[in-house]
Design a protein around this ligand. Structure first.
Ligand SMILES: Cc1ncc(C[n+]2csc(CCOP(=O)(O)OP(=O)(O)O)c2C)c(N)n1
Ligand code: SF4
Length: 250
């Protein structure tokens, strides 16, 4: 007898068009987001906000109402959506260039105001879609198209530790940094996304998850090498963990 062991989440479109590179982690994270939306039963009541970057085609993947926000403005757009429709479940899905570079002002203030929205930030240490320029999270010494000799403190400063910054905002209800480079980490990431989304459902406030993710294309690595980089040098600088959880008193 045929036994169903896996079902496609209803929050993923039946006709989704796959636009990510082989080995990219965006697809894994989007699947987890879809599973959590299904499990919380909020799909039909959700308005998601997409950013620029490789996640710009969010509406090609997710079976939801989706608004597109210009570079960095996703949390500001989410704020407007939530304030005008407080009964909706609202989340943003952004790259690190979007969330923590040009959008950092919006991101920090959204957390400080304790807006009842949730944000996912994919930290792949680069501007992926535009060809691998340095971004706020680019590691020291990392070679990118705009740091051909490696990122140097004297020229570009230090990498921004996004979860540490957001967790300092008094209004943030939940802040966690996770990764998806192995099955255990993927399970932890799903739990973190659920916690962040539940913070909104329970009215606790702003929930944030930073996902350490690979960009094999711009890192010029195989998917395996890219995950080793996430586990190694990336996790040493961007230490995974729960940085704030007001429901647990962390
Ligand atoms: C208003 C606006 N400014 C700039 C751009 C150009 N742009 C498109 S994607 C991108 C970088 C995205 O990088 P990131 O947010 O890290 O996402 P990734 O592609 O790595 O997932 C930029 C600068 C744009 N599309 N719109
Ligand atoms: S450029 Fe990087 S982030 Fe964008 S789809 Fe390809 S691997 Fe993923």
């Amino acid at each position: 007898m045929e036994q169903l062991v896996f079902e496609k989440p209803k929050s993923i479109r039946d006709d989704f068009k796959f636009s990510f590179c082989p080995g990219c982690d965006h697809g894994v994270v989007l699947k987890l987001v879809a599973e959590v939306l299904d499990e919380l039963g909020v799909r039909e009541n959700t308005i998601a906000v997409a950013s620029v970057g490789c996640s710009v085609f969010l509406d090609d993947y997710l079976n939801l109402d989706i608004v597109e926000a210009p570079h960095g403005r996703a949390t500001a757009v989410a704020t407007g959506v939530k304030r005008s429709k407080p009964d909706k479940f609202v989340f943003t899905y952004q790259g690190d260039g979007d969330f923590a570079s040009i959008g950092m002002g919006e991101s920090v203030h959204t957390a400080s105001r304790n807006e009842k929205v949730s944000s996912i930030c994919i930290n792949n240490t680069t501007y992926g879609m535009t060809g691998g320029q340095a971004g706020p999270t680019t590691l020291l010494g990392q070679v990118t198209t705009t740091t051909p000799k490696g990122r140097k403190v004297e020229i570009s400063g230090y990498p921004v530790r996004v979860s540490e910054v957001i967790s300092q905002a008094e209004g943030a209800a939940y802040v966690a940094r996770v990764s998806v480079d192995n099955p255990k980490a993927i399970n932890e990431t799903k739990k973190a996304i659920k916690k962040a989304f539940e913070a909104q459902v329970k009215g606790l406030g702003f929930g944030f998850v930073e996902v350490l993710a690979s960009c094999p294309t711009n890192w010029k690595m195989t998917p395996q090498e890219a995950h080793e980089r996430v586990r190694g040098e990336m996790s040493e600088v961007f230490v995974p963990g729960v940085y704030k959880d007001i429901s647990e008193g962390v």
